[in-house]
Design a protein around this ligand. Structure first.
Ligand code: LLP
Length: 408
């Protein structure tokens, strides 16, 4: 985050809303969106990937900035619509769309389906026929380039479940073009997430463009090229930020002279750095071979460290003049994998507040109720620093209310 206009009063936020607490900044959301807009230009459509953070107020913030949305479920479409997002700027990605989801999206009038297989083309065609509609489709092509990221979040290689194999692409387009209730409008790809080196993304685009030209020769003329999301953010102190501007220039050079509209699906890079997870130290525990800083946030609030061994910067809200301890920062969940950071050196004691940085993306959206932990509250700080609760903390009663109704 640059251009910091105010310093949030985390102690006051913790006192008002409790901890653990997700704290997001509207100015950082706007700034990230504007970075894209100024790099890629007004003509491009930015479809924010809802999975990164689907809070309605976050979606509304992006909708007001003119953003479109990339969804992967009927549930995410319902969120976009509830937040006031435009259906005709919404694209539907994902490898396993159900008939009910396709029906819902067609009725809502989304911009297009990003289709990942022949059976999915057939299913969308059938549902559209039943509704007397024509569905706009883009084919997600797997360019088979190595995104050089964590294997769990790499999606563009041959052996991933995603996309249509490059070698099968022409056949798939011919199949789609022959289906009466489909309108073939685009091509898309997404090779992975948290990419710091953007060269593989440019390579992927080059491979897509070869196909676009071959398709045009066959009379299949596309209206848009969707280059996916995936741009990473720095999580470590010494990590460089990807150069979005240079990437945009590389893309523009390859798109020059083409009529297709450019679409992007950024998630993490729009919200990741705009959020922190605020958590309070319960105890500092001295173990036999290791020390632990036990906090009230846990893997259910931020599962990235446990799931991907991901690194998040952790910082004390108040720099104290006490002896620092080198310890694992862990939550109260009964799993050894419940850690937020390992071997961190922090000068903290019980009661202190910690910031887990870069928790705007894939934190709240991946949160669970494991160990019957209510999900944390979320607040959004407006441009002046004023806090607004955008999701109240869950109560324990809410967590099992439906089960209680099922008791015999
Ligand atoms: N488009 C598609 C088709 C995607 O699958 C994804 C993310 C995106 C766009 C947005 O990608 P982004 O710009 O956020 O990298 N939970 C993982 C990340 C999973 C990403 C899945 N797909 C994590 O916490 O790192």
């Amino acid at each position: 985050m640059t251009d910091i206009a105010f310093q949030p009063d985390y102690a006051a936020l913790a006192a008002t809303y409790g901890t653990p607490l997700y704290v997001y900044r509207a100015d950082a959301l706007t700034q990230a969106f504007n970075t894209y807009r100024s790099a890629f230009g007004e003509a491009a459509l930015f479809c924010y990937a809802v999975k990164a953070n689907g809070n309605l107020s976050i979606l509304r913030h992006f909708a007001r900035l003119g953003s479109g949305f990339d969804i992967v479920s009927g549930g995410e479409l319902a969120r976009v619509l509830a937040a006031g997002g435009a259906a005709d700027k919404t694209i539907f990605s994902g490898v396993g769309k159900s008939e009910a989801e396709i029906e819902y999206a067609l009725a809502a009038g989304i911009l297009c389906f990003n289709v990942e297989s022949l059976p999915e083309l057939d299913r969308i065609n059938q549902v559209a026929a039943r509704l007397g509609k024509t569905a706009s489709v883009s084919l997600r092509i797997n360019p088979d380039v190595d995104a050089q990221t964590h294997p769990y979040i790499s999606t563009g290689l041959k052996d991933n479940k995603f996309g249509i194999a490059y070698a099968d692409a022409l056949g798939a387009y011919r199949h789609a073009a022959a289906l009466p209730h489909l309108r073939v409008c685009g091509i898309d790809c997404h090779i992975g997430s948290q990419l710091i080196n953007l060269a593989p993304m440019v390579e992927a685009l080059e491979r897509l463009l070869l196909l676009v030209d071959t398709l045009a020769d066959e009379g299949i003329v596309l209206e848009h090229i969707d280059i996916g999301g995936g741009i990473g953010i720095p999580y470590r102190e010494d990590e460089a930020a990807p150069d979005i501007r240079a990437y945009a220039q590389a893309v523009a050079a390859r798109m020059a002279g083409r009529s297709q509209r450019l679409i992007l699906e950024p998630g993490r890079s729009l919200v990741g750095a705009a959020g922190v997870l605020l958590t309070r130290v319960e105890f500092v525990k001295h173990g036999e071979s290791k020390d632990f800083i036990v906090v009230d946030g846990a893997m259910n609030d931020l599962m990235r460290p446990s799931l991907y061994d991901a690194y998040h910067r952790i910082e004390a809200v108040v720099a104290k003049d006490i002896a620092p301890v080198t310890a694992d920062v862990v939550g109260p969940i009964c799993e050894s994998g419940d850690f937020l950071g390992r071997d961190r050196t922090l000068a903290v004691e019980a009661g202190d507040l910690l910031l887990i940085h870069e928790a705007g993306a894939y934190a709240a959206s991946m949160a669970s109720n494991y160990n019957t932990r209510p999900r944390a509250a979320e607040v959004l700080l407006d441009e002046t620093g004023q806090a607004r609760l955008i999701r109240p903390r869950e109560t324990v009663a809410e967590l099992f209310a439906a089960e209680a109704r099922c008791l015999d």
